[in-house]
Write a protein that binds this ligand. Structure first.
Ligand code: SF4
Ligand code: SF4
Ligand code: FES
Length: 310
């Protein structure tokens, strides 16, 4: 059975009767699978209309309204309808996938190994373990449904270490400072991170956080409490590597001190036990242990400097 057929079978099992969207090269297999199914595909003139139709269908029937688009602008055109549903408090199940090991959204545990589903070839998996393929969701993140987990925590860690460049202007700022070849090569390696979570799934220091809403606690209060706990828990190897990436950039380097402060705060690099599992499972072969060693040295120097500067 093809993945597209499985997807359509899953939608049927969920009681989906209509699918709104635009066919294209990227979803042709799904179109073929829909031919054999009970689901009716309704073609729209624009992806935005598909998202609005799914939204309204969901509101009127109480069932899941499903919309489909292709890559790039096809997917971004869905955003207005999805955002509209979101602001109107219509529950949205939203995920987009690249199908080429770039977005990290399809990360699951296949036959006991964490990896991207989109690049896992069925023939190879069956050769390794004839007769069956075992699929499980990642164990370190809250399961949203079936194999899909909530990877929000990965992005909270990136926010904590300020994984961005503080460029905030609309005028041409010139070519910027040059980087050496060595720095560029190192930065390229770290820039390949797709926030997939494989390194965190394999890390013994990165533990699952399971919180439940207390009686009388509002959603906002619960979210704030959850955020606090996440901020105090281990940030993970991916965040440490991004500290290296952004500190090596001439503009990003302006926030080096803040990043290193975040790195040595609670849940920071000192929590790493140097088990080196992370580097073994990273699908992008990012030298995570090198990043941890280098960032650890920078953090120690930064802390000592702050101590002597008092
Ligand atoms: S080296 Fe550190 S971050 Fe990597 S798996 Fe081990 S404890 Fe986790
Ligand atoms: S460092 Fe590697 S394993 Fe970790 S999130 Fe990035 S790409 Fe995934
Ligand atoms: S779908 Fe994006 S990594 Fe697999």
């Amino acid at each position: 059975m093809k993945a597209a057929e499985l997807l359509v079978r899953c939608l049927e099992n969920e009681g989906v009767r209509f699918l709104f969207g635009i066919p294209g090269e990227e979803n042709l297999d799904i179109m073929h699978a829909l031919h054999e199914s009970t689901i009716r595909f309704i073609t729209t003139r624009h992806e935005q209309a598909a998202a609005f139709m799914a939204d309204v269908y969901g509101r009127l029937t109480g069932r899941a309204g499903v919309c489909l688009a292709t890559l790039g602008p096809g997917a971004t055109n869905l955003v207005t309808g999805v955002a509209d549903a979101n602001v109107d408090n219509v529950p949205v199940v939203w995920e987009c996938n690249c199908l080429e090991e770039v977005c990290g959204a399809c990360t699951i545990v296949i036959n006991g190994r964490v990896r991207q589903a989109c690049t896992a070839l069925v023939d190879q998996l069956l050769a390794e373990k004839p007769g069956e393929i075992e699929l499980r969701p990642m164990t370190k993140f809250p399961v949203l449904r079936d194999l899909m987990v909530d990877r929000w925590r990965i992005f909270v860690a990136l926010e904590k270490i300020r994984a961005w460049l503080p460029v905030n202007s609309y005028y041409h700022m010139g070519p910027g400072q040059r980087q050496s070849q060595d720095t560029q090569q190192m930065a390229y390696l770290y820039s390949k991170c797709m926030s997939c979570g494989c390194c965190l799934e394999a890390c013994p220091q990165f533990l699952k956080i399971e919180l439940h809403r207390k009686e009388g606690e509002t959603e906002i209060e619960f979210h704030a409490r959850e955020r606090e706990v996440i901020d105090r828990s281990f940030m993970g190897a991916h965040a440490v590597a991004q500290v290296e990436l952004f500190n090596s950039n001439p503009i990003g380097g302006m926030n080096t001190a803040e990043r290193l402060d975040a790195l040595v705060s609670e849940g920071g690099i000192q929590t790493c036990g140097n088990a080196q599992n992370c580097v073994k499972v990273c699908p992008k072969q990012i030298p995570l242990t090198t990043a941890i060693a280098h960032a650890g040295r920078s953090a120690t120097l930064h802390t000592l400097k702050k101590w002597f500067d008092r």
